[in-house]
Design a protein around this ligand. Structure first.
Ligand SMILES: O=P(O)(O)OC[C@H]1O[C@](O)(CO)[C@@H](O)[C@@H]1O
Length: 402
């Protein structure tokens, strides 16, 4: 379409066979009373629109578009993308069942992803001109990274402790989700521990040997990505992985999701820090240069679907990895399907469709959870806390046999 660029080719080709949800899978999570989706729809989303509007010298057209989006979400019917949007046909197809309905009637996973696409439309992110590819979330990402200290291990601990510390740092780095800035309750206060811990399985998959090629599907920029980079450096440096592919978002998404620009910012942050951090940056940049650390930014990572709908090229890629490490809450929602699973449903069962060994490192920031044993579940529920959504609790889950 004249004057606009396409944010990516169609990321949802027909799913590879065998990926369908089982017929008895529970309902998608929606926006009903007491559910987390409703809080995001009613509180977080309008606040985010207002903050983005207030932090930028946008012109009248952008301001009107942001105000209209806020109105539409609060009380209107979901509209398709504008006529000139290069990806309009694709979203029209995807959203045929939802457009014209109130946002609250649309599954949480779907509308939240579409919300970020609409926000980019409102600020003219894909429109050549003065605001072309200006990240509306850069203000918060930069502020967060500026304050980030980098604790690179001093290699004084036993190797097993050190690698476990790096895995846990990558997991808890996921607490640094800038979306929490826009919620009513603020960010997570403390670490409440792990609700499931398959850490030993993760290491057994990596220790098993062979020409390991590990995939890391990144989540947030800043502190979380820094911790991920330290883990990746460890895997490559120690030879636990011969190669790593780091999957980033092709454009800004879910406030703080990491793009290639955010990776570059993290590498510069490491380079400017003292001692070992700068050495990590040199090693990582070198491995990017040689292709041992490969970057990808597939359009599917910004699509409104669970991984059951991943396109064939991504399925083939994951199928060839020794282990795929999925970071963060949204990747978890997409991995297990954002469905009302009974929390004790085994993680290995719900991820059996995934084409290769897979692990999830996530702090819990939305209702969906699987693989929690019955005793842990009853004590968490009895605690009366908001353990499923506050980000205070984490999990390491893995399915390593295929
Ligand atoms: O950055 P993460 O860990 O993917 O968390 C993002 C989470 O934040 C929300 O966007 C809003 O709370 C969730 O819907 C989403 O799963």
């Amino acid at each position: 379409m004249a004057g606009r660029t396409d944010p990516g080719s169609d990321p949802r080709e027909p799913a590879a066979p065998g990926f369908a949800l089982p017929p008895d899978a529970p309902e998608p999570l929606g926006n009903g009373p007491g559910g987390y989706g409703r809080r995001v729809l009613r509180e977080r989303t309008p606040t985010l629109i207002t903050e983005v509007r207030d932090r930028h010298p946008y012109g009248p057209g952008q301001r009107r578009a942001l105000d209209a989006l806020r109105e539409e979400i609060a009380s209107g019917a979901m509209r398709p993308l504008g006529e000139g949007a290069p990806d309009r046909a694709r979203w029209d197809r995807w959203g045929a069942a939802y457009f014209g309905r109130p946002w609250a009637d649309v599954p949480f996973l779907w509308w939240e992803s579409y919300f970020y696409r609409r926000l980019l439309e409102a600020v003219e992110f894909f429109t050549p001109g003065p605001w072309f590819w200006v990240d509306p979330f850069e203000y918060w990402k930069t502020a967060e990274l500026r304050d980030a200290t980098v604790a690179v291990p001093a290699h004084r601990r036993p190797a097993a402790d050190e690698r476990q510390a790096l895995l846990l740092a990558s997991l808890w780095g996921n607490q640094a989700d800038l979306g929490f800035l826009f919620g009513a309750a603020g960010g997570p206060a403390a670490s409440g521990g792990l609700v499931a811990d398959d850490g030993a399985l993760v290491w057994s998959a990596l220790d098993a040997g062979g020409p390991d090629h590990v995939a890391v599907v990144a989540d947030n920029a800043g502190r979380e990505l820094l911790a991920d980079l330290l883990l990746i450096d460890h895997l490559l440096h120690t030879g636990l992985a011969a190669r790593v592919t780091l999957h980033l978002k092709p454009h800004p998404y879910y406030v703080s999701d990491a793009t290639t620009a955010d990776l570059v910012a993290c590498l510069r942050h490491l380079a400017a820090a003292d001692g070992e951090a700068a050495a990590v940056e040199r090693r990582l940049s070198e491995t990017i240069g040689t292709g041992r650390l490969r970057l990808r930014a597939h359009a599917f990572f910004c699509a409104p679907w669970s991984y059951h709908h991943m396109p064939a090229d991504l399925a083939e890629e994951f199928g060839g990895r020794t282990l795929t490490i999925m970071k963060g809450d949204l990747n978890y929602r997409r991995l297990v399907g954002d469905l009302a699973w009974p929390p004790t449903t085994p993680f290995a069962e719900v991820t059996a469709y995934f084409p290769g060994p897979v692990a999830a490192l996530r702090t819990l920031k939305s209702d969906v959870v699987t693989g929690v044993d019955a005793a842990t579940l009853s004590s968490l529920d009895a605690s009366g806390g908001d353990w499923r959504t506050s980000g205070t609790h984490g999990l390491i889950q893995a399915r390593v046999s295929t």
